[in-house]
Design a protein around this ligand. Sequence first.
Ligand SMILES: [Zn+2]
Length: 234
Amino acid sequence: MRKQSEAALADRHLLGSRLRSAGLAGAVIVEVHENASVMVSRTRTGSLRVHRGYAYASDHVLEAIVRYITPGAGRVGVKEAENILLSFRVHDYVPPKKIHMRKSRLKTGDRTYIRKLRKLHQALNELHFKTKLSHVPISVSHRMRIRLGEITIADCEPKVVQISLSRAHLERDPWKEVECTLLHEMVHQWQVETGLEADHGREFREMALRVGIQPAATRDVAAVVSHNRLKVNS
Ligand SMILES: [Zn+2]
């Protein structure tokens, strides 16, 4: 059983003693829950699971709960008891817990940037690489403040895991500069996919000139190995 708050434990205690007064057999263990649906049920081990909110219901409702779960009430009796217990608005006393949706790591506008960058990658691939570069995931990084872009390469095989561009860069600089950053990373991608080392060596400089970007790797940091992946920063 999960850890319950003090308030839940108090409600459980209150509900247990009130249900016993309403006729519940002493041996039946009472558990409380705060689910949005299924107000009353029996567990496989025979315990009674009741919504916490019933701790605040009238005796009439609690008696209905006991009838509902006690064998021998008959189909009509069970249905009648069910109608009574469902008529009590448990959520007025114990509101249902909010369902926690997994928060997306994407921030507003990221999707639009990613879409634009994907299109740009495709266009530059056609224009400069005869569409030979593979489709790679492109992400937007909120952590990159100084670096403009980054390429992540799998360490076990010559494969690009993803290309990331700095969100700050995307927001601040003209699109032409963003294009240069993406091209820079794509030259690294070309290196990886043609079996070359991803660095800023001679092949990099030659290819950079051919695609029309400055071969100088400005704001560059040495390649770092982290999380089993080789990252080449630019
Ligand atoms: Zn670089």
